[in-house]
Design a protein around this ligand. Sequence first.
Ligand code: AMP
Length: 360
Amino acid sequence: MLNPGDTIGILGGGQLGRMMALAASRLGLKTYIFCPDPDSPAFDVTAFHTCADYEDEEALTAFAEAVQCVTYEFENIPAPTVDFLKKRLPVLPDETVLRTSQDRLVEKTFFRSIGIQTANFKEVSSQEELMEAVEAVGLPGLLKTRRFGYDGKGQVFLKKIEDLDGAFEAIGAQPAILEAFVPFEREISVIAARNAQGQIVSYDIAENVHKNQILNTTTVPADISEGIAAEARKIGELVAEKLNYVGVLAVELFLLPETFEKRLIANEMAPRVHNSGHWTESACLVSQFEQHIRAVAGWPLGDTTRHSDVVMTNLIGNDIERRQELLSSPATSFHSYGKAETRDGRKMGHANHITPIKSS
Ligand code: AMP
């Protein structure tokens, strides 16, 4: 268990690391951000930082000696970096979690092994195997790289048999899966947390709308029945339990139309705080960021009760120029990540708009 004044090491210096560092600071804990990018937004708000490659053992040694435990803000941390650090101090959540979430095949197999539904899928390692996979899974489908895919990157949509030509090449001829296209009604997500003592909590279910495959808005409560919401929360909590997880995680789910007997399908999990949980900053007393810090510190988890309805809007690229309007809007909090350069498709900040809870 960490003591006030202790330091948490965070691998990754993006906005998620930044918001975790801010939350840690509020709890009287320090952070040390390790990131290879000199323009890391998290460097601005942390007691210590190092700008070095994840393979730099000298820098990692100094980092390990200066912190009491290590966590991360993105899941594609190189495995040797985690191996190196975990010999010296706790790395939370642990590397089995990273192995599961870094690879879509392992992840989907894991979901199924604990009774959570997924779209039908099949491993694809060559153009020939893609043909076989289409026979097994059918069309339409999505060919997705097993690793390093996010915000729809590393994917091709296959509608008809002719689309298969060159599809494996198009995703970089890397290990992949073919996944059946799911005719979902809504995309929702659950944010859950577990600490080392085994306490598990989850937040209300969020409904997510994407634009150009990047999250645009998150609305809470989601427009779903209480039964579906309870089932979705159970999925998040089950994943946390089965992985002996320590920290905050997100599970993205598809809600199928009523004609389907089983309506919830897991798409993927993120072993970290998640963009679809930014609303918790403004609509709950304890945000996902604070919750993650509490969990890795071995402290009691906080209350997840929501005191308001909320819509979180991502400010992408030039949206950040809406600053004046958002700063003057009632019941709206404006959050800028302090990124020096505005680029198309870059997440620059977000705004949370709260309203009183509507009784159903
Ligand atoms: P992913 O990179 O797996 O999160 O996918 C990005 C987005 O593509 C998701 O948020 C969905 O909108 C869409 N998508 C992914 N997989 C499927 C699927 N099997 N069926 C339908 N839409 C999907």
